[in-house]
Design a binder for this molecule. Structure first.
Ligand code: NAD
Length: 295
């Protein structure tokens, strides 16, 4: 069995390396990142000449690109991998995209006799590197059962959430919770400091209680250090929250908290902070108050 991997960015490159470590036969492509292709090829993968080359040579094709336009381009564009896939190929799209787009893409692939799972991840670059990502998967049970071990070689949790699109619905839920959590943390730390309590004391005192969270442990130290190196960029989170807005619209789901944090992120993007880690939501409060959070 040969696995194809398209998109060797921050996430895709370490994920591809973990597939190699698990012993899979891999062919990779990323037309915008030739250095990443060379790096993964040096670890034992075949360097695909193009997405079409990957499609032709693979039984399973993993895509890990930014958003739905790029997934569509990688599969159906001029150099689209789906053009050369044989019947029975399975596409595992690990990109975080709109669940409506996942269903559209799966329907197009079905016409070619190609199956698909949407399998976005949570965990970020460190967990992509150590192979402990959490996969949220949508698609047929039978296809999931066939592909679970492949995903398991890149992650420590692989959960089927329902039919096609369910993985990306779950990922959007994840992104709402993370965004609102970071904004709440920034708001609280800023308010606490302005009321005269040291942010480090606030963090130490509450991290073990109900307010404590993985988000707090990861992002509070970054905020106090004014370290906004990504991690996960504001611009990518804006993409995800825009997908929340689109998905919520189709079912009339109320999302006032998402809308508020999205506005804050858009302001940061306009101010040139889009490439910062999403912990830079703190900057929104710092700009309003003129006060910088410290240790
Ligand atoms: P990235 O921008 O670092 O990498 C994307 C890669 O896709 C790039 O190397 C790009 O050249 C390639 N690409 C784009 N279009 C292509 C095409 N048509 N053919 C071949 N290659 C193409 O992005 P990333 O951070 O690796 O994120 C990928 C996905 O994972 C996104 O949907 C993101 O939201 C999601 N995600 C990212 C993180 C994170 O912390 N970075 C965490 C969880 C999920």
């Amino acid at each position: 069995m040969k696995i194809g991997f398209i998109g060797l960015g921050i996430m895709g490159k370490p994920m591809a390396k973990n597939l190699l470590k698990a012993g899979y036969d891999l062919i990779v492509a990323d037309k915008f990142a030739p250095a990443a292709v060379e790096e993964v090829a040096a670890c034992g993968a075949t360097a695909g000449a193009s997405n079409m080359d990957v499609g032709a040579q693979s039984d399973i094709v993993i895509t890990m690109v930014p958003n739905s336009p790029e997934v569509k381009e990688a599969l159906f564009g001029e150099d689209g991998a789906a053009k050369t896939m044989k019947k029975g190929t399975v596409v595992l799209d690990c990109s975080s995209i709109n669940p409506i787009a996942s269903r559209e893409i799966a329907a197009e692939l079905e016409k070619l006799g190609v199956e698909m799972l949407d399998a976005p991840v949570s965990g970020g670059e460190p967990k992509a590197i150590d192979g402990t990502l959490a996969f949220m998967v949508g698609g047929k049970q039978e296809i999931f059962d066939r592909c679970k071990d492949i995903l398991g070689s890149m992650g420590s949790s692989v959960v089927r959430c329902g039919d096609i699109g369910a993985g990306n619905v779950t990922k959007l839920c994840n992104q709402i919770i993370v965004a609102v959590n970071i904004a709440g943390l920034a708001e609280a730390m800023q308010m606490g400091q302005m009321c005269g309590v040291e942010p480090q004391k606030i963090f130490d005192a509450i991290k073990g209680g109900l307010a404590g969270s993985t988000v707090m442990n990861a992002k509070a130290p970054m905020m106090m250090d004014q370290n906004f190196k990504p991690g996960f960029r504001i611009n990518l989170h804006i993409k995800d929250l825009n997908n929340v807005v689109d998905a919520a619209k189709t079912v009339d789901a109320p999302i006032p908290l998402t809308q508020s944090v999205l506005e804050m992120m858009k302001i940061l993007h306009r101010d040139g902070d889009g490439a910062c880690d999403h912990s830079a939501l703190l900057k929104y409060y710092q700009k309003l108050t003129g006060e910088v959070l410290h240790h």
